[in-house]
Ligand binder design. Structure first.
Ligand code: CA
Ligand code: CA
Length: 218
């Protein structure tokens, strides 16, 4: 019974040791179909579809070397600051691209990586419902689709921002270059917990060791 209580205490202590890693993008840019050879690196990140004559997506790349393995994850979110919305549609999708070879200084509509799995969706709001500029957070683990460890292994994750439907719609987010005071650049937040077996043993050892020392002195 005493051991069980100690184990529960250890688990509770471990859960309190969760830590957050904030990861800034190395590259971010948007691409647009009506200007297929133009690079839009130092502008806002836009996603729209059939807005006028244009369709556009945004690409972001984050370094993942050094981040913990999937088994240690508690949460992983993409955080972006939305500063303007036009049109009726509300939902923005986040896809993953397996090709990380692009750079923000060269990417355009014609050479952009193929867009792969849909891994997150968020109702950001339409022109009529979004309210005011604010942070929005995309839960990258909710769908269970993201192969996190493969991106951790190759060193980068590429995320693509797209509108969820066709129609007049545009969502504008700050990029790392265009974020006014410098506090609104997109970032990943990865919340991790320690490996439970190792931490539990360490904490249990710390709890039990003084008792043994005292017992030895008797
Ligand atoms: Ca950029
Ligand atoms: Ca990758």
């Amino acid at each position: 019974m005493k051991s069980l209580i100690l184990l529960l205490v250890a688990v509770l202590i471990c859960s309190g040791l969760a830590s957050a890693a904030i990861v800034a993008a190395t590259d971010d840019a948007y691409i647009r179909a009506d200007s297929p050879e133009t690079v839009y690196n130092e502008y806002q990140l836009i996603t729209w579809t059939d807005y006028g004559t244009a369709t556009g997506h945004s690409y972001l790349k984050f370094p993942m070397a050094g981040l913990p393995s999937f088994s240690q994850l508690q949460s992983a979110t993409l955080n972006m600051y939305v500063w303007d919305v036009a049109g009726y549609l509300e939902t923005v999708n986040v896809h993953r691209a397996t090709d990380d070879s692009w750079s923000e200084t060269l990417i355009n509509w014609n050479n952009a990586p193929v867009i792969n799995d849909l891994i997150a969706s968020k109702n950001v709001g339409s022109y009529y419902t979004w309210g005011a500029p604010k942070w929005v957070s995309f839960d990258l683990l909710a769908s269970g689709v993201w192969d996190y460890d493969s991106d951790r292994s190759d060193g980068y994750v590429t995320l693509t921002i797209k509108t969820a439907q066709n129609g007049d719609d545009a969502h504008h987010f700050y990029s790392k270059e265009e974020n006014v005071a410098g506090d609104f650049a997109p970032y990943l937040e990865v919340l991790t917990i320690p490996e439970p077996t190792m931490m539990t043993l360490l904490v249990l050892g710390a709890l039990i060791a003084p008792k043994r020392k005292l017992a030895g002195r008797r």
